[in-house]
Design a binder for this molecule. Structure first.
Ligand code: OAD
Length: 237
């Protein structure tokens, strides 16, 4: 039986934590080691493009050393096996959801393995390091290509598509996010205002917006997410 017609899943850094990707705000997280204003704003890039490129080159390279975990796998299995609609909206810029096999995926904060040219606006897939004097393959401009990452102060991608998905869902799952960065932190309240979706939070602990969820599943995502997918697919683990 397909209990829910449309499932929207928001993921954050916690879904990739057990793959070895550092989260941002947990103890030892990325924002403890690097200042946001040095590496994750348009102003930082203008001031010191080399430092910003080095930071993202390091993070892009790191992706070669990690693999999707059981939570990514379970979500891919849900998309494949569920009779209703399933969409994953991720704040993560790693590629672990797609490597696990999720197709209906929205990268609202961009992706490490993509870059774009600020001169011609063309986006392209990217695997290696990016240099500050890179020549754009489309318009030949020099030094105008940057990581396709939504920095603080920039507008997240695909907001219209996301609003439509949130408005149409009857189950909203939020996995491994601290609920501190908007607009993603406001998705649960947007869904609650419409009043038709059940909402579940998956986290190690309570997050900043825990109180807004109907239900909580505390524990590592590699356990709680596969359990939930078993339930949704009507399987008995
Ligand atoms: P955070 O680092 O803020 O939060 C990670 C959340 O995951 C925390 O609430 C942890 O408790 C939880 N967590 C950690 N390990 C977990 C596990 N194994 N299972 C379940 N939960 C776990 O990361 P985000 O909320 O994703 O934006 O951060 C949101 C945005 O802030 C990021 O996309 C990034 C960042 O600055 C930009 O760079 C624009």
């Amino acid at each position: 039986m397909t209990k829910y017609r449309s499932i929207v899943i928001l993921t954050g850094a916690g879904v990739s934590a057990e793959s070895g990707v550092a989260t941002f705000r947990d103890s030892g997280g990325l924002w403890e080691q690097h200042k946001i204003e040095d590496v994750a704003t348009p102003e930082a890039y203008k001031r010191n493009p080399q430092l910003v490129q080095d930071f993202y080159n390091m993070r892009r390279r790191f992706l070669d050393t990690v693999e999707p975990n059981a939570a990514h796998d379970a979500l891919a299995k849900l998309e494949k096996g569920y009779a209703g609609r399933v969409v994953v909206i991720t704040q993560n810029v790693d590629d672990l959801h797609e490597r696990a096999g999720t197709h209906n995926l929205i990268h609202m904060h961009g992706q490490h393995r993509q870059v774009f040219c600020t001169a011609c606006d063309k986006t392209t897939g990217w695997q290696g390091d990016l240099s500050v004097d890179h020549i754009c393959a489309f318009c030949r401009a020099i030094g105008t290509t940057r990581p396709d990452i939504v920095w603080f102060g920039e507008m997240p991608y695909y907001m219209e598509m996301i609003d439509d998905a949130l408005a149409g869902c009857d189950l909203f799952l939020s996995i491994g996010t601290s609920g501190t960065v908007y607009p993603a932190a406001g998705f649960v309240s947007a869904v609650r205002r419409l009043g038709k979706a059940h909402t579940i939070e998956f986290n190690l602990d309570a997050s900043d917006c825990s109180a807004q969820f109907h239900e909580h599943r505390h524990g590592p995502a590699t356990q709680t997410v596969p359990d939930c997918v078993h339930q949704l697919l009507g399987e008995h683990p």
